[in-house]
Design a protein around this ligand. Structure first.
Ligand code: ADP
Length: 267
């Protein structure tokens, strides 16, 4: 447990906001005692389930190279602050959709594999099976040398499926949602995360600096709402033409094939 005062000091009175999402606002901070950088997430919902301290404690005990480490927690009235290790290259969505950097194929494969390993650990490796329920590029964070870690795991457990679904709807991230979400929550299993992972893989393969195809902005076709159509197009080689043109001269077909096979296994 970290005191509110320590969080205030570390974030310099919440002066450096680095992002905001459906669950709350994220601030960058530095702890004076060890000079480590942290990301402080302030959760802006009153709906945290009772037992949440137990859940957060359980989350903080999870250690895996491909999962963002929860370093501490603070509760102040209705406000909850989660303190995570800081990932200095930001999230995959920025890297894919906003940045001028273009990822090469071996970087893409590393990101896809790291995400898969983190997810597999959540599903199988820890004492309790954890469903992420919000796998998408914004929750895949990158550190030095593009070290990959999944963030926001366990939050769905804190919030419960109804609220998680509500937030996802609000954030317009439906494209990553497995169809069973839209039909009935009861059918949600770890395979729902696998579906979302398949969507993420397709975006990693396409790797466009244009906005996410899942979100279908700018009148683009929402290919990812039709994963089988998308995959059929891949097989016929058409999908690559829709990809970022800067990718073409550096396509490594072996690695591309490997990613597509991974995506096919997921869907
Ligand atoms: P969302 O609710 O959309 O999943 P978050 O609230 O988790 O998004 O985070 C919003 C943004 O804050 C992320 O897209 C990312 O850029 C940044 N962020 C979140 N956690 C970290 C972290 N541990 N290190 C660095 N940046 C982070």
């Amino acid at each position: 447990i970290i005191s509110y005062k320590e969080i205030e000091e570390a974030t310099n009175n919440f002066s450096n906001q680095i992002g905001s999402g459906g669950f709350g606002v994220v601030y960058k901070g530095t702890f004076a005692f060890d000079n480590s950088e942290v990301a402080v997430k302030k959760i802006n919902t009153k709906g945290l389930e009772n037992g949440c301290v137990a859940e957060i404690t359980a989350m903080s005990l999870i250690n895996h190279v491909h999962l963002v480490k929860l370093r501490g927690f603070c509760k102040r009235g209705l406000e909850h602050f989660l303190v995570f290790e800081y990932m200095n290259r930001g999230s995959l969505d920025r890297l894919l959709f906003d940045s001028e950097t273009i990822l090469n194929w071996s970087e893409r494969v590393e990101i896809a594999l790291g995400t898969a390993r983190g997810l597999a650990y959540l599903h199988e490796g820890s004492a309790n099976k954890i469903l992420h329920l919000d796998v998408k590029p914004a929750n895949i964070l990158l550190g030095d040398n593009l070290q990959v870690k999944i963030g926001d795991f366990g939050l769905s457990k804190l919030l419960g499926p109804e609220q998680t679904k509500l937030f996802m709807t609000l954030r317009g991230t439906h494209g990553y949602l497995a169809p069973e979400w839209l039909i009935n929550n009861a059918g949600i299993t770890d395979k729902s995360d696998v579906y979302s992972y398949g969507m993420v893989l397709l975006e990693i393969i396409r790797g466009s600096r244009n906005s996410s195809i899942v979100k279908g902005e700018n009148g683009e076709p929402r290919w990812l709402y039709f994963p089988r159509l998308a995959l059929a197009m891949y097989k016929r080689g058409q999908f690559l033409e829709l990809a970022d043109p800067r990718l073409e001269d550096q396509v490594n077909y072996e690695q591309l094939e490997m990613l597509i096979k991974l995506a096919l296994c997921c869907l």
